[in-house]
Design a binder for this molecule. Structure first.
Ligand code: G16
Length: 543
């Protein structure tokens, strides 16, 4: 076996987005594309000789091939050991768990998250640091810079490694340990939540339906819900992970998880429904005929955190991404703990968690998590809800309505316009920025604009500054509209409009969010000139 140094030309488009590099599978399959990026990671992270790496992915198309390439490149780049999930599988939160538990130098996660898979679908790759979290912007910028200059990569000429049985093999002098992708993660969940109480709840006739969307969480959900908590086998649906997610779009929201939504809104619906995404870090929570917005879910979990054994001493603080509603802020205020507002992207929570400033984090994009790992964690959120339900013994809807009655309701919705021509979408953002001066103080229908800005964040731990993180229009009554371009798409541009209004009056809490926000939606379209500029008359997805 020999190390081969392969000459290569740099690519100009390997800039990591909100969460790593995501491109079409066909792009990653192009000559040297994956190898260049992996070499750029290795050249940028300065791992000591003999370091240990964690490796795994969500099992999507091209996962297995990419794992073999990365193993051979790790061996040629001086790593001493790689912990790889059996079959090349690790959910994103499980990868974070493995990095932390075995104190590896970091890990490489292969996933394009909620994006569709298959030969014509998406693929992705990202590096997570030794804290288990996505690399900071400083590191991703360094990787991008390196990718524009890389001129060769190193790879071991060796046969593929067998990945389907647990155990240790070698690749040159590097050891490859194939680990159970589920056990460490399931053990961690069992240490945080009251499994006995949840088992009791399920044994008492409470019915659950979890949709794994033919993505990575199937085996995790089966181990946790069926084997450890005693749920009937049929409670986990679409449990077999498939390389193309069965042709579905593994994004747990009202549009793409419609099969589950139909069950929960149908006759004889179960008490609780949940779904997770391609790589297992997102979650959607449903009650019987009731959708819990991710922003509300974070707030409810925060308000009830001490019901779960792992959080019984209370929480240090909460962080949410800027476009996430301020529902959690109200809970933080009542608990007299800090609440941080960060840019979109889980990577911004890592420093706050490492510094002990926050315990819980959440994003409107169906991400919730805590400092137990450094990624958002879909099954963790589902188990937290089950723990709360096991203690409170009330329907999901009642828990949320009681929450609103106590704290008021941050009525919230997000409208996504997907697959737009990039130039037109950027034009909307430029147009909005050019309106800041005219908008400030303007009266629009019954609203008065208080101020507008382009969100900028200074990390309170390391002082790094992230600019241009979304355009915000604040109104004097506390409502706001946010416009942001997605950083995770692979086709054209996705423009997101985030709408939020605060409603203290509980007699109006029953209103459908689209009805309650109708005025703000109209104003958002009017101010942005979006429909005209991108030639669309309705959003692709509403959540
Ligand atoms: C990623 C990030 C999240 C972010 C989400 C949406 O999620 O990890 O922190 O909120 O993208 O990003 P955007 O609005 O830029 O598309 P995931 O689940 O795709 O890894």
């Amino acid at each position: 076996m020999s190390i081969r140094t392969v000459p290569t030309q740099p690519f100009t488009d390997q800039k990591p987005g909100t969460s790593g590099l995501r491109k079409k599978v066909t792009v990653f399959q192009g000559p040297h594309y994956l190898e260049n990026f992996v070499q750029s990671i290795f050249d940028s992270i300065a791992a000591p000789q003999g370091a240990t790496l964690a490796l795994g992915g969500d099992g999507r198309y091209y996962n297995r091939e990419a794992i073999q390439v990365i193993l051979k490149m790790a061996a040629a780049n001086g790593f001493g050991k790689v912990l790889v999930g059996r079959g090349g599988i690790l959910s994103t939160p499980a990868a974070s768990c493995v990095i932390r538990k075995y104190q590896t130098f970091g890990g490489i996660i292969l996933s394009a998250s909620h994006n569709p898979g298959g030969p014509d679908g998406d693929f992705g790759i990202k590096f997570n640091s030794s804290n288990g979290g996505p690399a900071t912007e400083t590191v991703t910028e360094a990787i991008f810079a390196r990718s524009k200059a890389v001129s060769e990569y190193r790879i071991l000429d060796a046969p593929d490694v067998a990945l389907d049985a647990l155990g240790e093999t070698t690749l040159g002098v590097m050891r490859v340990q194939v680990i159970d992708p589920v056990r460490d993660y399931a053990d961690l969940m069992e240490s945080l939540f009251d499994f006995a109480a949840i088992r009791n709840l399920l044994a008492g006739g409470f019915r659950l339906k979890f949709d794994a969307m033919h993505a990575v969480t199937g085996p995790y959900a089966r181990e946790i819900f069926i084997n450890r908590l005693g749920a009937p086998a049929g409670d986990v649906i679409k449990a077999v992970p498939l390389p193309d997610f069965g042709g579905g779009h593994p994004d747990p929201n009202l549009t793409y998880a419609h099969d589950l939504v139909e069950v929960l809104y149908g006759d004889n619906a179960p008490d609780f429904g949940a779904a997770s995404d391609g790589d297992g870090d997102r979650n959607m929570i449903l009650g019987r005929k009731f959708f819990v917005t991710p922003s509300d879910s974070l707030a409810v979990i925060a308000a009830n955190a001490t019901l779960a054994p792992g959080y019984k001493k209370g929480i240090a603080g909460i962080a949410r991404s800027m476009p996430t509603s301020a529902a959690a802020d109200r809970v933080a205020q009542a608990l007299n703990i800090p609440c941080f507002e960060t840019p979109t992207g889980w990577k911004f929570f890592g420093n706050l968690m490492d510094a002990g400033k926050v315990t819980l984090c959440g994003e409107e994009s169906f991400g919730t998590g805590s400092d137990h790992v450094r990624e958002k964690d879909g099954l963790w959120a589902v188990l937290f809800w089950l723990n709360i339900l096991a203690v409170r013994r009330q329907p999901v809807e009642n828990i949320v309505r009681e929450h609103w009655a106590k704290y008021g309701r941050n009525v919230y919705s997000r409208h996504d316009y997907e697959g737009l021509p990039t130039e037109a979408a950027q034009g909307v953002m430029r147009h909005l920025k050019s309106c800041f001066d005219d908008l400030a103080g303007a009266r629009i229908e019954k609203y008065t604009v208080k101020c507008c800005d382009d969100f900028s964040y200074t990390d309170p731990v390391d002082g790094s500054v992230s600019k241009g993180q979304g355009i915000r229009i604040f109104f004097t009554d506390g409502s706001r509209i946010v416009f942001r371009l997605s950083g995770t798409g692979t086709e054209g541009a996705t423009l997101r409009i985030y709408l939020e209004a605060y409603e203290a009056d509980s007699s109006r809490h029953h209103l459908d969010a689209q009805v309650a926000l109708a005025d703000l939606i109209r104003i958002a379209l009017q101010v942005s000139e979006l429909e005209l500029r991108v030639m669309r008359d309705k959003p692709t997805v509403i959540t």
